[in-house]
Ligand binder design. Structure first.
Ligand code: NIG
Ligand code: FE
Length: 417
């Protein structure tokens, strides 16, 4: 994953990338479609260029087109006839944690439902870990993501839940990404269970003040069905405080029930509302009206790992909602960071087309993070490319669980994958 602010393909001089049997730009046929523009059907956004080449200069795409008309460059990298897609944009993850909850997962597979209570286990392990331990775990997780084709990742706090531990989580997250999210309102931590109001005062006051300098976003687990998470009124307070501190808004909404999260996110102009597993017609209408502002981020790895029903992606896409796909990689509900696996689930379990799923995993994530510079292969965008050990992007869903994708590193002069 790129360090803060640096494109992944940083190298001096220009690089001509050839040997691309199929390039999917996710930027439309002309490569110019603005990532923050109006909703456009996925097939029109796909932009497939057979036998393509890309020229990269200082980590930015300088030219895209048929290899036969490619300009020269200082160096050449030959991908040997593989497919290339934009690096995946994973707009929802919780990577700063210690310990694991494999026992909770096994209990769930035996029938115990998820209610968020296990988050306290991860909080205890995270608080007990040293900075170096947490940094090592985080960096290893980011390296795994990059090895699977992800080039932009959002990372949340939320397993510290004290002023010092939340600030530490965000400080460490900032070492690996600009897309950091303050999630002090993940759950009410065990020591504060007797006084929720006091914990909310802490989150919206001293904790926010300590964390805001290290965060771009604020998030809240809005879920009245969980005794550990937050009601609509509580979530509104957290989001408004975060907004007043200069942070952009994101919401965990409608994961366990058709609660108020989606409509709250839309009302407040959040960049994304994530999960969207249980939606009413009014929620879908709200998301339709919010297209261009609030993205519905679907996290089917969570449904896979919690045995919950999958969100109705088909209804959302067909209604014109902006949809993103992300992993939600975390120790509780979904311990995978594989965007190719998420794409395969979206196609197999949520009936998205392979094109819709790829656009949602790239352009969709970019929109959810309000990042016009990533998620597509277009002149002026960051040169974040995912190489597939396959002839076409459809293999992502067609060959689930196979190690097909990796982020292309143009930093060395080696000139090969
Ligand atoms: O997005 N639902 C809230 N947060 C995470 C799960 C966190 C956990 O269980 O550790 C999620 O699913
Ligand atoms: Fe999450």
């Amino acid at each position: 994953m790129p360090q803060r602010g640096e494109p992944s393909g940083t190298a001096s001089g220009s690089v001509l990338v050839t040997g691309i049997r199929e390039l999917v730009t996710c930027a439309g046929a002309d490569g110019r479609m603005p990532v923050l523009g109006p909703v456009v059907p996925a097939d029109e956004r796909l932009g497939v260029v057979p036998d393509a080449a890309v020229v990269v200069e200082d980590g930015v795409v300088a030219w895209v087109g048929p290899a036969a008309s490619a300009p020269g460059a200082d160096r050449r990298v030959d991908l040997g006839g593989r497919a290339v897609v934009p690096g995946f944009v994973d707009s929802h993850s919780h990577l700063v944690y210690a310990g694991d909850r494999a026992a909770e997962f096994s209990a769930r597979m035996a029938g115990r439902p998820y209610d968020g209570g296990g988050i306290g286990v991860s909080v205890a392990a995270t608080r007990a870990a040293s900075d170096d331990e947490l940094r090592g775990l985080l960096r290893a997780r980011v390296a795994q993501m990059r090895a699977l084709g992800t080039t932009t990742v959002e990372v949340k706090s939320g397993y510290g839940l004290s002023v010092a531990d939340e600030q530490r989580s965000l400080r460490l997250a900032r070492e690996v990404t600009d897309e950091t999210t303050f999630l002090g309102a993940h759950v009410v931590p065990p020591e504060a269970r007797g006084d929720r109001a006091a914990y909310l005062d802490l989150v919206c006051g001293p904790m926010l003040r300590a964390c805001a300098p290290h965060a771009r976003w604020v998030d809240v687990f809005c879920e009245p069905a969980s005794p550990h998470a937050f009601t609509g009124d509580e979530a509104r307070r957290v989001l408004e405080a975060g907004r007043d501190a200069g942070l952009g808004l994101r919401v965990h909404g409608n994961q366990l029930s058709a609660g108020p999260g989606v409509r709250l996110a839309v009302e407040l102009g959040a960049a994304s509302v994530d999960h969207c597993t249980f939606l009413t017609d009014a929620d879908v209408e709200a998301l339709v009206s919010a297209a261009g502002t609030t993205v519905a981020t679907l996290l089917p790895g969570v449904e896979f790992s919690t045995r919950s029903p999958y969100p109705d992606a088909r209804a959302l896409v067909d209604a014109g909602v902006d949809v993103a796909l992300a992993t939600d990689c975390n120790p509780g509900t979904c311990n995978t960071s594989s965007m190719p696996f998420v794409v395969a689930l979206a196609v197999r379990e949520m009936r998205m087309t392979a094109a819709e799923a790829l656009v949602a995993a790239t352009v969709g994530g970019a929109r959810a993070l309000r990042r016009p510079d990533v998620g597509r292969v277009a002149v002026g965008a960051r040169a974040d490319l995912a190489v597939l050990d396959a002839p076409s992007y459809e293999h992502l869903a067609y060959r689930p669980g196979m190690p097909l994708a990796h982020a292309l590193d143009l930093g060395s002069g080696a000139g090969s994958v």
